[in-house]
Design a protein around this ligand. Sequence first.
Ligand code: HEM
Length: 503
Amino acid sequence: MPSESTRLPTAPGPEPYRVLGALPQLLRFGRDPISVAGKLFERYGPLASIVRAPARIMSPGGRAVVLANGPELNREILTEHNRYRMFALPGTFYPEDHELSNGSKVPFRARPERLRPIRRTLTGLFHVNGDEHRRHRRLLQPAFHKTRIDAYRDDMVTLTEKMLDEWHHGQLRDVHADMTELTLRIATKTLFGEDAGERGVALARMMQQWLVTMFSPGMLLRLDLKRLPYARWLDLTRAIDEETVAILRDKQARIADAKHVGADMLSMLVAARDEDGSALDDDELVGHTGVIFAAGHETSTNALAWTLFLLAEHPGAANDLVDELEGLLKGDAPTIEQLGKLPLLDGVVKESMRLLPPVPLHPRVVGEDTELGGHFLPANTELFLSIFHMHHDPAIFDEPGRFLPARWSRIKPSIFEYNPFSAGPRMCIGAAFATMEIKIALAMLLQRFRVELPPRARVDRRVAITMAPRDGLPMRIRPPDRAWRSGPRGSRGNVRELLELPS
Ligand code: HEM
């Protein structure tokens, strides 16, 4: 084993710069993780150090950063979840969590009472490991049971219809913004329930703002001064905490008064009991609420937006899909039973999440010194598993850069070859919810409208955990006239680097 002073991963990678060290490479990765990872895999193989120097991207105690690609590494990292751990993302901005085993500390310039509410955000499902994770997952599972998810179908249909009623032929709309609003409304309704009303929507909007602020570069200053991002983020953290507790109290009172548990997820979590009768405490409930919202909102938005983009660029696939939808649904919204009878819709959604996965890299931290793929990784190494590159591997998928939804009628990759929802004990708990939401929205939208990219529209990517169209997705709303076309009118922008679009 290497000595304490040379405890870097042995995975190969570029050397640091003499003066600037790891910084330029970390900044490059922050700006465009997909292309940096692609170049490193090409040059150094499936397990590559981002730079041969101490480095940290997201975990408070991070020691070095390694990128991993391929089904075998995927299987090991995703199933050995005691060794490859998740970490509390907001913990990067909370001092107590910086005193980790390697003694690293980052200075904070904020009063302790301003930092305290962040504590609760660390208790959601993303932020627990080992037995604690197993216990939480057990308690949350009933809220994600198939019968529960199926019961959200009507809300999804009503809210999609409401959105589509606002659309008119000829309008130029930012459909990414529309999908954001739709998934926010769906998440609010299913998570907080009818009784939370506009209060739930206001809370969801604050959470959305909280996530956006957390990724602004100014956060790294950790300076609690008026108008700086860290101060705004701390204000939002407190406001979200207070409002979630208020909604929670209301749920608890309703359950106590009516002896009836509502159909919303929060009511289910309040009522959840472990085998020994123990329940989730208030801190845990607040934490789970935040994580479920954060995990379930932007991911579905991006899956929907990218699918519309891909259909607009592939007229043949779009027309075939509309044929399938109209043939079975005759203009109506799909029932639960019908959702299982639309193979092309299934193929379109799977193919879209293969080509442009909403979460292209899955982050982990190595919990203890370990060996992976023949290399030594010291404790606290940050790992990024690139789902994007695995989904584009020609050894797994023929013509990997092309959008070919029909391929899903003949291929069945393993869960470690294709996993937009991850795999193993930490697989997305909301996968069935998201799949239903995306399919319902697409089935309804595509029977009422055709969407068209404006000529030479520029579509760039932005990756900050999730992958989104950086500046929205402007689309022209047309009648459902089957006149899908692309060709010379096709888009520009760096999303084209990620796939082969018709020229
Ligand atoms: C297209 C939509 C979605 C995608 C692509 C997606 C993807 C993922 C991925 C990749 C993970 C695992 C991350 C990792 O292993 O590093 C995850 C976890 C999670 N997702 Fe989703 N997700 C989606 C929608 C949802 C929805 C709608 C919900 C809730 C209603 C949700 C709730 C969660 C939660 C709570 C976790 C943490 C699970 C755990 O750690 O045990 N997700 N999701």
